[in-house]
Each structure stands twice: as C-alpha cells, then as structure tokens.
Design a protein around this ligand. Structure first.
Ligand SMILES: [Zn+2]
Length: 448
C-alpha cells in the first residue's frame, strides 16, 4: 500500500464530480505531493511521465469519488438515548441537560467518536458545531480529517459557548494544521440567541474574515413563533440582522417560503440538508429541488448522533433522495448525480473549500475515497451504456463499503482500517465518557 503522498490509484471507476457527468471507466488518479496531478482513462494515465516512479495501488472493482463533506454535525454521546420526541421537547429534555453536564474531557471523547466514524465512512471534511472545541481541533489534527469548528454559542442560556469563547478559539485556531482545521463563528438558534448577538456574531465573522454557521427553519413551530415574536419569518429576520451572505451556512431550512429561498439565493447563503434528522424529529421535508433551481448551494449533513443515529453520509444521500421523491411525488427528483454533488462539490462550496477539495480535478488536494463494489449487494456493476455506479453509491452503499480514504494525499483509512486512530480505544473512551456524562446529568441541580 502506498504510504507516500505521491502514488497512482489505478484501474477504478473514477467519478470526478467536477460539475459534469463525465466518468473514467476504467480510470486512474495520479497524486503527486498530496495533490491530484492527473485524472483520466487508465491507458492515458499509464503514459504519464511520473508513473513508474511512484507506488501503484490497483483498485480494480472499486469506485473512486471525491472525499465526502459532512456539512452539519454535532459531536455528541447521546446516541439512542433521546428518542421519539419532537424538536423542542427533545432539546429541553435531552440536549440541554447534556450541555449542562458536559466537560472538556467528555467533549473531546465525543469528537474522537464523531470524527473517527465520519472518516471511516469516507468523510474527509466535517463542519462540527460543538463545545470546548480547542479539544476538537486536537482530535482533527491527529486524525488527519478536515474540520471546520463552530462553537455552539448562545446568550439566552448560560451553559453554551459565548462569542467571547468563540473569539478565543478564533484567536488560537482561526486556521490550524496548515489550514486543514479552521474556526468559524457559531450561533445555536434564533430562539437561543438575541438579535444583538446575531449582529455581534456577523461582526466577529467579518473581523476574522471567516464564516458563520447556524440553524434555522427546522420546525414549523419555529416559523410560527418567529412570526409571533418578530413579525417576520426566520430567514427574513436573519437578513434584517445582517447574517446572510456568501460565507454563511444555515442547517435545515425545512420551512422556507419562496421569498426566503430567494433571499438565500440573492445573498449567496448556503444551506445544509439533514434528511435523517428532519424525518426522525418529524420536522418536515426541505424543498431541495426548488432550492437548487433557485441557485442555492445545498450541502448534506448528518446532524448529530442523537438525531440520526449514525454519521453515515453514504446512507444520508439515500435518505436525501428518497425524501425528495416521497415529498414531491416526483420519481425524477432526488437524482443520484444531484445528491452526489451535494455530498461532494456543493458541500465543499458551502464551506468555502471548493478551490481545494470536493472534486477529483488536477491541482486540488488529494481528498479521495475508494468504495469497493465487489460485494454481493452491488451486483450487477454495469459499464458503458448501462453505467450504474452513481445509483450504487446513493442507494446501495453504506460507510462499511468504504475501503480507503486519503486527505491531502495522506492515507488515513486502508482496507477499511483507520490508520490514524485506535478505533477500539476511541470506542472505549467514548463509552466511559458517556457513562460519566449521564452520571453528571443525573446529579444536575434543578434549573432555578
Ligand atoms: Zn444541528
């Protein structure tokens, strides 16, 4: 197996996702010094002058795709313990108490679990909203994954991060690990943050020349409550508060009217679709087809372990497609190529990283994922006229089918094994941290 950051990945089905539906089958990807040096048909790349001087990995039977982006995630340890409630009761009963009981050490174990699970499943770039994120930065640095860190800030409750601690993280980790780890400004939610805090957050992002990430329009109650309190729908209120723009990314956006969709498009604001979370919390179905038609950049996110309950972006693509089909009653919606785009190039674009990742193009960093299509559940794999790899990736594959992952040419997952973390130790550590979190939560004093 290649260990250098220069190597040839040979004889796979190569799906570059650079904006056209072009594929190379069979194809190869040549990586030199961590960057993609050539992508094309096997015969063509075999004649490249650098081939022969670098190790070759034969990937017969695999499909190569760009590293996946999980654009909305929360590290956490509540998996399977916060079930069968709607959003606002669920936040009050499960999520807020866990925030109150959280410590730095527990938070780090949660990030180890989340980022390792993501990486193992072909995610090379995460955007995580969490707390004590200097510890998350350490995890991402060691693991080798790309991470955009977004502190959970709020000013209506005292257990969240503040814009003050967000500023501290920006000062220490605006960029770390040679730019692989970055910090943005976070806002938990419109009901958790004052209008003044929104304006201050926008100013903080401007000051540090960085992005801003928040949630909105996740439940219909929230839209109605926003109309009642502010006389405007959430995205109109966001516009008034000055937080929309090309470096703002908003998770969920389930309940947008046409005017709000236009506001996102006009301001260049991106959204992150979290279909599993939206279905599990009975939030609703975002009109992704309409958003994309209006030119809104739509990414995909798993949301947290407590509302999904896994961080499997390959599976998330299937749910994204199926939710479109069932909510529009249009079988042509949720096209596999569109969903793949959301998880790759559009995901990178939402995070402002499309100049370095999100597609297999010459000059970009070698963030590459190999999926083994030789298992029984992928039969038949077809080529040429009946080419079906995109449908296999979206409707059949899961994280367990990922064999290899590279970030910036560094081989981080090989043969399904994570090379930069002891997965058993990550699981043991996260289990102990969850036990400690639940013990602390049981002992919380009642809120005054
Ligand atoms: Zn979320």
């Amino acid at each position: 197996m290649p260990t250098s950051s220069s190597f040839l990945l040979r004889n796979a089905i190569v799906v570059p996702m650079e904006g056209r539906k072009e594929v190379f089958d069979p194809g190869s990807v040549l990586v030199l010094d961590g960057r993609i040096a050539a992508v094309g048909n096997v015969d063509e790349i075999d004649h490249h002058p650098a081939v022969g001087a670098v190790p070759t990995l034969d990937l017969t039977g695999h499909v190569l795709i760009p590293g996946l982006t999980n654009a909305h995630l929360h590290s956490g340890l509540l998996r399977g313990t916060a079930e069968s409630l709607a959003l606002w009761e669920w936040l009050e009963q499960h999520v807020d108490p866990a925030h109150r009981a959280l410590t730095e050490d527990i938070a780090e174990h949660a990030s180890w679990m989340a980022y390792t699970e993501c990486l193992r499943g072909g995610v090379t770039s995460v955007m995580d909203m969490w707390r004590h994120m200097h510890r998350s930065a350490h995890v991402a640095d060691v693991l080798g994954i790309r991470a955009t860190l977004v502190p959970y800030t709020a000013d209506r409750y005292d257990w969240f991060e503040t814009l003050g601690t967000n500023r501290q993280l920006l000062e220490s980790h605006r960029t770390a690990a040679d730019g692989r780890v970055r910090t943005w400004v976070g806002l938990e939610h419109i009901m958790y943050c004052s209008a003044d805090m929104f304006r201050a957050a926008a100013a903080l992002a401007e000051e540090f020349d960085t992005g801003l990430h928040t949630h909105s329009s996740e439940s219909i109650w929230e839209v109605q409550e926003c109309l009642r309190r502010f006389g405007r729908r959430p995205i109109e209120e966001f516009f008034d508060r000055g937080v929309l723009g090309p470096r703002t990314v908003i998770a969920h956006c389930v309940w947008l009217d046409d005017r709000e969709v236009q506001l996102l498009a006009q301001t260049g604001t991106a959204m992150v679709h979290c279909p599993c979370s939206n279905m599990k919390l009975s939030s609703g179905a975002a009109r992704i087809g309409a958003y994309r038609e209006h030119g809104v950049v739509c990414a995909i996110g798993s949301d947290g372990e407590k509302e999904n309950n896994n961080l499997d972006i390959l599976q998330e693509m299937k749910f994204a497609s199926l939710l479109q089909k069932v909510s529009t009653l249009d079988p042509t919606s949720g096209d596999p190529w569109d969903v793949l785009d959301m998880a790759t190039l559009s995901g990178a674009r939402a995070l402002g990283l499309d100049d370095v990742t999100g597609s297999l193009e010459v000059g970009k960093d070698a963030d590459i994922v190999a999926v083994d299509l030789r298992a029984l559940h992928f039969v038949p794999v077809m080529h040429g006229h009946d080419f079906n790899a995109p449908a296999h990736l979206v409707f059949t594959a899961s994280s367990r089918d990922v064999t290899d992952v590279w970030v910036r040419g560094a081989h981080l997952v090989s043969g399904g094994e994570v090379l930069t973390a002891d997965v058993a130790a990550v699981a043991t550590g996260a289990q102990a941290a969850a036990d400690e979190l639940f013990r602390r939560r049981r002992e919380l004093p009642p809120l005054g």
